[in-house]
Design a protein around this ligand. Structure first.
Ligand SMILES: Nc1ncnc2c1ncn2[C@@H]1O[C@H](COP(=O)(O)OP(=O)(O)OP(=O)(O)O)[C@@H](O)[C@H]1O
Ligand code: SF4
Ligand SMILES: [Mg+2]
Length: 375
């Protein structure tokens, strides 16, 4: 993968790890979401997310990668508490979160902000930047004079590198590029002085020339403001470039996680290998490239055992009947695959006669599909 298009370094060179004893900015354990479907479906549910856990630290970017329908946005909505979980627990800065409504929920929502895919839909086109940001400033900094509010708006524009602020403050959204609108959307979240940003595919609707600029901005906010960033993406190549850690989801479950460099360069799970081989287009997986076959499973009636087994060329009876736990496959690197378990009756990676060598992430993809972007 090329990193020449911007000044950012590869992810492993960015951002220190957590200090000893530091509590994660946000921690989740066992988050599960079942969506009931159909009034007469006798209790049928979509198993959108099962047993999702994460420790997301200040000054850290974690990428959540998976193909369409794997549960990524549901995870973000659960962490943002805009969707009630079926099961599981969340801690914010080391404190259990038990709020479901009222003032405490509003405080939580200030701390944990979401950035969405579509900067066109998220900004009201009849208002100027001054009005859009001014409203957020008024909510989060009540009692400011008019001049004080303008000062705050200008400071927000500065933080998202829309400078000089005077050039942008009286513009309407339609006068801005997609990347500039996404910067305004990010500035609006910063008005709340959040600890956590949940960025749900923040670059996927942007012109390729804007993408790297937005990723660099998020990296700068991580470093300058100490933000914890969850970066949701289809694109495993951009995860390597931008995220410190990468988690891979398949059919509602985490199947692999670890340092981005390791997960994307030495993927341990057959599904991650498939994603990497298919970059940059995970919704058209190059199944043949790794001997995989078929489509993602129905989440209303997910397959027993390993959810990837109907597609996996290694699958055997153990895979078809028992769900593999996430287990260590290297330092700080976990995968949920029996082939790494050494358990009697488990397949092994040596069985993958039809697997060719997996191309390294980024072999086919420029980071974020970028050909250079504004910073
Ligand atoms: N409100 C809902 N009711 C029923 N099913 C839902 C609901 N929201 C999401 N789902 C289902 O949950 C699963 C996970 O959806 P989710 O939107 O989290 O996936 P995703 O990984 O974000 O996909 P994409 O990459 O397309 O955005 C999908 O099968 C989806 O159809
Ligand atoms: S547990 Fe079995 S089916 Fe699942 S990914 Fe590993 S080898 Fe394939
Ligand atoms: Mg989504």
């Amino acid at each position: 993968m090329s990193t020449q298009a911007g000044s950012a370094a590869p992810a492993e060179a960015l951002g220190p790890g957590p200090a000893p004893g530091e509590a994660p900015a946000i921690r989740a354990r066992g988050l599960t979401k079942l969506f009931k479907v159909g009034a007469f479906s006798h209790g049928a549910s979509v198993h959108a997310v099962e047993d999702f856990s994460i420790d997301l630290y200040h000054r850290q970017v974690v990428a959540l990668v998976g193909e369409s329908g794997s549960g990524k946005s549901t995870v973000a909505r659960l962490l943002a508490q805009t969707l009630p979980a079926t099961a599981g627990a969340i801690e914010l800065n080391g404190q259990p979160v038990r709020v479901r409504s009222g003032r405490q929920l509003r405080v939580y929502c200030h701390d944990v902000q979401m950035i969405f895919q579509d900067p066109f839909a998220s900004l009201n086109s009849i208002h100027t930047v001054r009005y859009i940001l001014g409203r957020s400033v008024a909510i989060h900094h009540p009692g400011l004079s008019r001049a004080g509010r303008t000062g705050q708006i200008e400071a927000l524009l500065d933080k998202v590198k829309l400078t000089p602020p005077g050039r942008f403050i009286d513009k309407f959204p339609h006068e801005l590029s997609g990347g500039q609108r996404q910067r305004i959307a990010i500035a609006r979240t910063l008005a709340a002085s959040p600890h956590v940003l949940l960025a749900d595919e923040p670059i996927s609707m942007l012109d390729v020339s804007m993408r790297l600029g937005i990723l660099n901005l998020l990296a700068d906010l991580r470093d300058e403001l100490g933000l914890a960033v969850l970066y949701i993406t289809h694109d495993v190549a951009s995860a390597r470039y931008f995220a410190d850690q990468t988690m891979v989801m398949y059919a509602g479950r985490i199947v692999e996680r670890g340092a981005s460099e390791v997960v994307t360069q030495q993927p341990a799970h057959p599904y991650t290998q498939l994603l990497v081989a298919s970059a940059p287009d995970p919704d058209h997986l190059a199944d043949a490239a790794v001997g995989a076959r078929g489509e993602p499973p129905s989440l209303i009636d997910p397959p027993p055992g390993c959810r990837f087994h109907p597609r996996c060329p290694l699958a055997n009876e153990l895979c078809r009947t028992q769900s593999p736990p996430l287990a260590e496959v290297g330092p700080g690197h976990e995968a949920a695959c029996w082939a790494h378990s050494g358990q009697p009756g488990a397949p092994t990676m040596a069985d993958r006669r039809r697997f060719p060598a997996v191309a390294p992430a980024g072999h086919r993809a420029d980071p974020a599909g970028s050909e250079g972007g504004q910073r």
